[in-house]
Design a protein around this ligand. Structure first.
Ligand SMILES: [Ca+2]
Ligand SMILES: [Ca+2]
Ligand SMILES: [Ca+2]
Length: 264
C-alpha cells in the first residue's frame, strides 16, 4: 500500500513538473497583461486578462475561432475588445515596454479605416494618446507598424512588411529607452532611435479596432510587458505555446494517470 501511495505521489509530482515546464515557456518577468483569447477566458462580452486583471469588453461582433494557441478572435475591422486598463498599463513617463501578438490577416489589405489603407489597430492605446501596433497600407513595405508618443514616432515608416493572407505571424514591438524595435517571428526586422520617455494620457487598450480604424483578421495571444524584452526572450515567446494549460488538458492528464495507477 505504501508503495502504491509513493508511486501515486511520484506520478502526480511528475505531472505537475511537466505543467510547470510549460508555464515557464512564456517569459513572465515584467509580464503585466496576457489576453490568450482562449474560449475559457471569454464569457459573453467579457474577455479576461489571465495575468493582470486588465479585463476587456467586446464591442460589436467578434467570432471565436481556432487560434495559434487554443482559441482566438476573428476581427472585422469595426469590432474590438476594449480594455479600460489599470496603472500597470499606463506607460506615461516610462522608458520601456513590449507588446507582442500573433496575427493572421484575412486579406492583402486587412483594414477598415477612416482613410484609405489606414488604420488597422491590432493592439493599441490609440483611443488614448500613447502607442499603436497596427496595419497602415500607406507605408509601402512597412505596413505592420509600431508608432509611439510623444508625437507618434514611427508613423512615417517604421514597420514590418506585409504578412501573407491567411498565415499566422508573431509580431513583437519594443520600446527600449532610446530605441524602438520590431521583430517578426522572433527575428529583428527594424530598429530606430526613439526620443522618450513615453507620453500617454491613459491606459485604455484597444484590441482589433481604435478610433481611426480596425484590423481585419484573426488575433491571438496578446502579451504586454513593462520592460524591453531581449532578443532571446522575444525568440522564447515566439517558440512558446502560451502560458495557461487549459484545465481540460490538465484534467485529462490527471484522469489518465489516475486510471493507470488504479490498474496497477
Ligand atoms: Ca489563444
Ligand atoms: Ca476603445
Ligand atoms: Ca504610418
Amino acid at each position: 500500500m505504501l508503495k502504491r501511495i509513493t508511486f501515486t505521489l511520484f506520478v502526480l509530482v511528475a505531472i505537475l513538473m511537466c505543467a510547470n515546464l510549460t508555464i515557464a515557456d512564456l517569459v513572465t518577468d515584467g509580464l503585466v497583461a496576457y489576453w490568450s483569447l482562449d474560449a475559457n477566458t471569454i464569457s459573453g462580452t467579457d474577455v479576461k486578462d489571465v495575468i493582470g486583471g486588465n479585463n476587456g469588453t467586446i464591442t460589436g461582433n467578434l467570432t471565436q475561432v481556432a487560434g495559434k494557441v487554443n482559441g482566438a478572435l476573428e476581427f472585422d475591422g469595426a469590432s474590438s475588445v476594449d480594455v479600460v486598463g489599470t496603472d500597470a498599463l499606463n506607460f506615461n513617463g516610462k522608458s520601456e515596454m513590449t507588446v507582442a501578438v500573433w496575427a493572421k490577416p484575412a486579406s492583402d489589405d486587412p483594414v477598415v479605416g477612416v482613410v484609405a489603407g489606414c488604420c488597422g489597430s491590432i493592439v493599441a492605446q490609440r483611443d488614448a494618446l500613447s502607442w499603436a501596433l497596427r496595419y497602415d497600407g500607406r507605408n509601402a513595405g512597412q505596413e505592420f507598424e509600431f508608432i509611439v508618443c510623444p508625437n507618434w514616432q514611427g508613423d512615417g515608416g517604421f514597420g514590418a512588411p506585409k504578412i501573407a493572407t491567411g498565415e499566422w505571424h508573431y509580431i513583437t514591438a519594443i520600446v527600449a529607452v532610446d530605441k524602438r524595435q520590431l521583430y517578426l517571428d522572433g527575428a529583428l526586422v527594424i530598429e530606430d532611435v526613439y526620443a522618450g520617455p513615453m507620453v500617454s494620457n491613459g491606459p485604455e487598450t484597444d484590441i482589433g479596432h481604435a478610433s481611426d480604424g480596425g484590423f481585419v483578421g484573426t488575433i491571438d495571444e496578446i502579451v504586454m510587458y513593462n520592460k524591453a524584452l531581449t532578443a532571446d526572450q522575444v525568440k522564447q515567446n515566439f517558440q512558446s505555446a502560451g502560458l495557461v494549460i487549459s484545465s481540460v488538458s490538465l484534467q485529462g492528464k490527471l484522469a489518465t494517470a489516475w486510471g493507470q495507477i488504479k490498474s496497477k
